[in-house]
Design a protein around this ligand. Structure first.
Ligand code: NAD
Ligand code: UDP
Ligand code: UDP
Length: 327
């Protein structure tokens, strides 16, 4: 059945991939975005298609539309971006959730929240299971994002209990892939762009901190399966690839895969940077019959190919020197 689907943050990294998949399934998709970190170019394959529409709007303000489903993704996700205007970050999470939940309540439709592994903070339970309550700083530089997302989750549970809104809460772990913003500041895009430019690879701290990286196609599949569950849901669902990697390992892997001459340089570890993170995805496996399929090396290959193409189209001067030298 064709549905009218609203994707907030639809011009962002995850949002644009999700919009493409939903349109490919035959749905009518409306992306809403204020272009804080997202770009219209991310949606270039969809612009002009009759099934797709994009609208500039800030979700901290009310929005009245008639749709059948909402994916609420609007919120900057990279520490560099969400810390640039911390108050706006919290407003986006909290007011954005209130407005989108208000819409879901009015229309009696399901709504999915893009929550995050950050709600576990710097976790002392490992791997993280959904019933772990987290170890989060209320005052540090990451709090605007972590606490904003925690409050958004609380709003979701309360709209469910009080107003019967059908909610889905996805706790998304680190996800990477083509169409991450070049200036995004997240580790995979930083390391790949630095490696392709033969610039120093900026490893923060001693590089022993871990993350688990999920390729974007897998993540989007997980989000769509979660939206489409038929039984009533209680609580959140972790979505991520449970293969834990240290930042030093990923730096070395990217240097070797790109054949780069970059050296690794050590930089201070940002305040409150989580030491370890890896999802327990048993709940998603059981409930959604979902597991990530794309191994890290394959996902990195596709991401490296994407950034290589972007840099060559930009006539990136550093990269051009290399190409000239090589030929
Ligand atoms: P992104 O920054 O690429 O996308 C976020 C999008 O939201 C952007 O297009 C941005 O312009 C838009 N936006 C920001 N504030 C807005 C506002 N007030 N009104 C309307 N639009 C606004 O980040 P992403 O990686 O695509 O993340 C998407 C969602 O998934 C976010 O909610 C993020 O917290 C969540 N998430 C992502 C990851 C990840 O690894 N990518 C991990 C955990 C959670
Ligand atoms: N809202 C919205 N779109 C809608 C319905 C509601 O943006 O389609 C906003 C509305 O402006 C309100 C918020 O969502 O600020 C919460 O709505 P709700 O009905 O839960 O709260 P109330 O209006 O009763 O305060
Ligand atoms: N990181 C790094 N170099 C960079 C960017 C990030 O070593 O150029 C580290 C960062 O300190 C963190 C990890 O990589 O330990 C993941 O950072 P990212 O910003 O991608 O995501 P998050 O910390 O939100 O998981």
């Amino acid at each position: 059945m064709q549905k009218r689907i609203l994707v907030t943050g639809g011009a962002g990294f995850l949002g644009c991939h999700l919009c493409e998949r939903l349109v490919a399934q035959g749905h009518q998709v409306l992306a809403v975005d204020n272009y804080y970190t997202g770009r219209r170019e991310n949606l270039s394959s969809l612009l002009g298609q009759p099934q797709f529409e994009v609208m500039r709007h800030d979700v901290t303000f009310p929005l009245y539309l008639e749709v059948d489903e909402i994916y609420n993704l609007a919120c900057p996700a990279s520490p560099v971006h969400y810390q640039r205007d911390p108050v706006q970050t919290t407003k986006t999470s909290v007011l954005g959730a209130i407005n989108m939940l208000g819409m879901a309540k009015r229309l009696g439709i399901p709504i999915l929240q893009a929550s995050t592994s950050e709600i576990y903070g710097d976790p002392d339970v490992h791997p993280q299971v959904e019933n772990y309550r987290g170890l989060v700083s209320i005052s540090g530089p990451r709090a605007c994002y972590d606490e904003g997302k925690r409050c958004a989750e609380t709003l979701f549970y309360d709209y469910n209990r009080r107003h019967g809104v059908a909610i889905r809460v996805a706790r998304i772990f680190n996800t990477y892939g083509p169409r991450m913003n070049l200036e995004d500041g997240r580790v995979v895009s930083n390391f790949i762009v630095q490696a392709l430019r033969n610039e120093p690879i900026t490893l923060y701290g001693d590089g022993r901190q871990t993350r688990a990286f999920c390729f974007v196609d897998d993540l989007v599949e997980g989000l769509m399966r979660l939206m489409n569950v038929t039984e009533p849901l209680d609580g959140a669902v972790n979505l991520g690839n449970p293969v834990e990697t240290s930042m030093a390992e990923i730096a070395n892997l990217i240097v070797s895969m790109t054949g780069s001459r970059s050296q690794i340089v050590f930089r201070p570890l940002p305040q409150d940077d989580p030491r370890q993170r890896c999802p327990d995805i048993s709940r998603a496996q059981e409930l959604l019959h979902w597991s990530p399929r794309v191994p890290l090396r394959e996902g990195l290959e596709r991401t490296i190919a994407y950034f290589d193409d972007v840099l060559s189209k930009m006539h990136d001067p550093v990269r051009r020197v290399e190409v000239a030298r090589a030929s």
